[in-house]
Ligand binder design. Structure first.
Ligand code: SF4
Ligand code: SF4
Length: 168
């Protein structure tokens, strides 16, 4: 299969730089409900942790995360390699909507900005919106980067890959 549609390396900083030129209120996440956010504000909430790209299995109505990631997640950088084409190429890649955030059992990590705000919790101090830097999620050890994630491609039994990270 041709890899022509694989994106150039994604520059996470660029997402925040682009937002600076837009009319986005400072601290909008403290003053607006998720329901009221603009698409640009909504997009900025994502911290880029990549934990929603980990495969999960459900055991007794509880979602267990595995360290086996979507085959399009770059396990070194923790970034999606096909971000612009993700919904065309991966049938179970989820759009993060309010309904998805509220789905039970919970499948987003406890650190996920959408889940936190929807549950009345503040953004963590390492969140890129607080630090002003996309890399801070990785520096805080809160992303998938450097945590032994593997591509799902070679995985036979997901139960062998279940992880119990405290930030899930
Ligand atoms: S878990 Fe939440 S904050 Fe992290 S990458 Fe997914 S949507 Fe973004
Ligand atoms: S295609 Fe979707 S699930 Fe796969 S790495 Fe990209 S954003 Fe994550």
């Amino acid at each position: 299969m041709s890899d022509d549609w694989i994106d150039k390396p994604y520059d996470a900083e660029q997402r925040f730089a682009a937002a600076r030129g837009k009319n986005i209120a400072p601290d909008f996440w403290q003053t607006k409900k998720l329901e009221k956010m603009t698409p640009d504000e909504w997009e900025l909430l994502c911290d880029g942790c990549g934990k929603c790209c980990l495969n999960k299995i459900e055991i007794r109505r509880e979602v267990k995360f595995t360290r086996a990631a979507c085959r399009f997640l770059d396990c070194e950088s923790g970034l999606c390699r096909i971000y612009e084409h993700r919904f065309d190429k991966v049938s179970d890649c989820r759009l993060i909507t309010l309904e998805a955030v509220r789905e039970q059992p919970r499948w987003l990590p406890k650190t996920c900005a959408y889940w936190r705000l929807d549950n009345g919790l503040p953004l963590p101090d390492w969140h890129p919106l607080i630090t002003g830097r996309a890399a801070s999620v990785h520096e805080a050890g809160m992303s998938v980067r450097g945590r032994g994630t593997v591509s799902e491609s070679g995985v036979k039994d997901y139960e062998d890959y279940v992880v119990d990270w405290p930030d899930l």
